[in-house]
Write a protein that binds this ligand. Structure first.
Ligand code: PMV
Length: 347
């Protein structure tokens, strides 16, 4: 049976790390293990159309973003194809049209690399399954995560599962540097439906890309300590997620966020991605938490936006607090309400 043409469509979510990945070795191998919550609403939806072509030794694809040709994304995709070519030798047999869009506002400062690379990797695995119908679901998902990792490290945590670990850790069965795995134990009910409200503090282009940031961990004076700390924090958060210790969760998650930014501030060259409003928000969260005992906390990615994490049963109180006290620090008053999700979906 010769497959001539067809198309697939997948959506893949973003994710938010609790223990952060910052620093990598060659071939997108993380310097330390990380764990994240998969998000539900912040997604990339990507359609991949394929048409058989002669294998002339080149990759051939068109790229559409929200229906319009997008030339400036093409080098990133080409690099991705080159990186995965040896694992997907069929890519040069097809011309692709990649049609992609995000559910979150364009240039909101929310990185779409994790959701985007995961969605593309799922589509490529759908093509592989057409070419080789015998592959199992586990193989499909594991290889999708493996490929997504080669596109953008954290993307490998956006394939499947609510809580995903990436990076070899001695206490996490099946964990690997090569792909993300679902947290292998039941998560305590307190962490079910956990909420993430993303406060959009700064929507501008980051001054320093995460690629440059990871690189600056080479020769960083605190790198070795940091990598050890991530291992310890992952051990600790494992018990926390199983047993539902919200206080410990808060300590680990906030410390991880601040440590990530401390690494940026102490690299050479040094840089700061937080904005004054990031700090205003953090202080307000601390004050609110100590006054109300409501177990909300913050985390940060490689940017100025603040992710506010909290259990679903305090949602009303937290959203009221955000409305009353935090929207003023958001650009155009913008924030996005998200929650834990389950991973990529074929649509
Ligand atoms: O996937 P990258 O290379 O864009 O790195 C992302 C790193 C952080 O978002 C800062 C942390 C993480 O683990 O997601």
């Amino acid at each position: 049976l010769a497959i001539e043409n067809g198309s697939f469509q997948w959506s893949a979510p973003s994710n938010i790390a609790l223990v952060k990945y910052w620093g990598k070795k060659d071939n997108q191998i993380p310097a330390n293990p990380s764990v994240s919550f998969t998000l539900n609403h912040c997604k990339t939806i990507t359609k991949l159309a394929f048409a058989k072509k002669e294998n002339d030794g080149t990759f051939s694809f068109d790229l559409l973003f929200e229906g319009q040709p997008k030339e400036d994304f093409k080098p990133k995709i080409l690099k991705f194809f080159q990186r995965i070519e040896s694992y997907c030798p069929y890519l040069k047999d097809f011309h692709f049209t990649i049609d992609t869009e995000n559910t979150f506002p364009h240039s909101s400062g929310i990185a779409s690399s994790a959701s985007g690379m995961a969605a593309l990797a799922m589509n490529i695995m759908s093509l592989e399954k057409v070419l080789n119908p015998n592959i199992s679901e586990d193989y499909f998902n594991q290889k999708a995560s493996f490929l997504a990792r080669l596109g953008s490290g954290s993307a490998c945590r956006s394939v499947k599962g609510e809580v995903v670990v990436w990076g070899k850790h001695k206490e996490i069965d099946g964990s690997s540097d090569l792909f993300g795995v679902e947290f292998p134990w039941p998560v305590h009910p307190d962490f079910k439906n956990y909420q993430d409200t993303i406060l959009l503090v700064d929507k501008g282009e980051k001054q320093v890309s995460s690629t440059v940031g990871h690189d600056l961990m080479h020769g960083h004076p605190f790198a070795e300590q940091r990598f050890l700390q991530a291992h310890h924090n992952l051990s600790a958060i494992k018990g926390v997620l199983e047993n539902g210790y919200l206080e410990s969760f808060i300590k680990i998650v906030e410390s991880e966020a601040l440590t990530l930014h401390a690494m940026m501030m102490t690299s050479m060259p040094y840089f700061i991605l937080m904005k004054p409003n990031t700090l205003e928000i953090i202080n307000k969260i601390w004050k609110f938490r100590s006054e109300t005992q409501i177990p909300l906390c913050f985390t940060l990615d490689a940017g100025a936006n603040v992710h506010v994490l909290y259990p679903a049963n305090v949602k009303e109180n937290v959203l009221q607090f955000i409305q009353d006290e935090l929207v003023g620090y958001c650009q155009n008053g913008q924030y996005i309400c998200d929650e834990i999700g389950k991973g990529a979906v074929k649509c």
